[in-house]
Design a protein around this ligand. Sequence first.
Ligand code: GLY
Length: 385
Amino acid sequence: MQVRVPLRDRPYTVHVGAGVLAQVGEIACRAVTAPATKAFIVADSGVPHAVVAACEKSLADRSLLPVTTSVTPTERNKTWGTLQSLLSQFAQARLDRSDLVIALGGGIVGDVAGFAAAVYRRGIPVVQCPTTLLAMVDASVGGKTGINLDLPGAGLMKNMVGSFWQPVAVIADIEVLRSLPAREFRAGLAECIKHGLISAHADEPGLLDWTAASLDRFAALEPSALSELVHRNVSFKARIVQGDEREEAPDQEGGRALLNLGHTFGHAIETLPNLSPDQDPSHAPLLHGEAVALGLVAATACSASLGLCPTTLLDEVRAILTRAGLPTRVAGLPPDDALITIMGHDKKARGGSMRLVLPLGGGRARVVSDPPRDAIAAGIAAMRG
Ligand code: GLY
């Protein structure tokens, strides 16, 4: 299966299927205009060695000399130190502007490797090879790359430094999902449910119902269900990105900013070190998708408190998240004021205003600037455990 991301200046193809990673050499060679001689693989330390080795072989078979480094995928590692290290390693490997970066891993590795590719020698091609469900359905498509900023006093500010740097190709091998820990797999479903809640904005009105009806097939890792899940979500995202590549649409239109549904609440709790999805402290901190799941609950409760959606939508959102094995409440949240301050730092703020994406029901959402404090507090209350 292939999905075209038809951007005017940098169109590319997302390849979806079982075993497609074995074609990375061929796909990469076809995707670039100038012939490359080296391919620098930035591999997530969680990716099985056999997957990295298959990738190296495919590249070598196409006369692309593979050089591999490993990155541990934590939000604390998605910072300057890792970026600096990658750039130094690119230079030591003597990558030139026609050589390739292969980002092989989850969203953290895709973001930092993509950003390193974006700034090394003012930009070299990157092939995104997502290995988590979350990276396949969201992070690897659309060109957002970047790192977190660790600001004294403000903590880790998510994705504060980065650039739009579109990949030359994306390879989503659903076979790799078999070795993904179940918790990581469930976290990816949060982004799919988010897409379902805004699906009418890209002519996919049935996406949420189909996702809900197929959860058992996903949990059983049925290949045809997984391929369809990734294909439908990538097609949806490609249409949103095509319409507003750099998230510049005015608030009334929504555009790409709608993909941030649940993220302003989610980002505020994601970097808090003590939060766990199931009260077990050894499971802290939350994964990005778990924070997004809680953020979807908060955004829906906030929307309901403003009368923008029926209160039954909150029940529906909790029900589908619960069936997907995702948290809808979390214990140990700081006081409202502290969370609202963190939310105000979110990079989606414009002109000093906090901007929240709130669901309306029927697959639609809208951007609301500076919602009243009571409505934000109603959102936070809905996710308190
Ligand atoms: N993950 C949100 C976006 O790509 O815009």
